[in-house]
Design a protein around this ligand. Structure first.
Ligand SMILES: [Ca+2]
Length: 199
């Protein structure tokens, strides 16, 4: 963990400490006094072990205190973590909204773990497909429309600094899965067997 846990020493009188102990104690107790999340409970229902959830908490603390030091991941912090800059775009907005399951504009630790668990190799394929589908189904109609796919492709290209002609973009979009979720899953499955993607 991060060396910020309150320890048994906290209640002890500081008079009996030598300077080195006092400094160590000050370093420990100066960390914010947040209650640790219930790691066991959060790991339940995900493919993560309790140790993995604890490691994710370290990562979460870093991300959630990168700009606004409040222990919650705001969109700018999310963007900074994903792309090392603060500008937002459609792709980040969409992923953020999927992580922010309560829809309150910030990502809390349990949302962070639950969302990341979708990317675990042992997560059910339906969960992975569902996440990917929702990512592209921008207007949440249950169908991926051609223009939604195009918007997402353009957003991804914008992030990647790739120069692709509009003809090429049209071609990518025409080959994409702009239809309902059953066909989308089929196409994911065939992609996966060809390229081993989405794990
Ligand atoms: Ca924050």
């Amino acid at each position: 963990m991060m060396g910020c846990l309150p320890t048994k020493q906290v209640g002890r009188s500081t008079h009996s400490l030598n300077p080195r102990e006092a400094v160590a104690l000050a370093a420990e107790t100066s960390c914010e006094n947040v209650d640790l999340p219930d790691f066991v409970n959060i790991a339940t229902g995900t493919p993560f072990t309790v140790n993995e959830v604890e490691a994710l908490y370290d990562l979460f603390r870093k991300l959630s205190n990168s700009i606004i030091k409040d222990g919650l991941i705001h969109k700018e912090e999310f963007h900074l973590a994903l792309f090392r800059n603060k500008k937002t775009n459609l792709f980040v907005d969409r992923v953020f909204d999927l992580f922010d399951q309560k829809g309150n504009g910030v990502i809390e630790f349990d949302e962070f773990v639950r969302s990341l668990s979708v990317f675990h190799p042992d997560a059910p394929e339906e969960q992975k497909a569902g996440f990917a589908f929702k990512l592209y189904d921008l207007r949440q109609t249950g169908f991926i429309e051609r223009h939604e796919l195009k918007e997402m492709v353009l957003a991804l290209l914008d992030e990647s600094d790739l120069n692709i002609t509009s003809d090429a973009v049209e071609m990518i979009v025409d080959r994409g899965p702009h239809h309902g979720i059953p066909k989308f899953c089929d196409s994911l499955r065939s992609q996966r067997s060809r390229h081993g993607c989405l794990t």
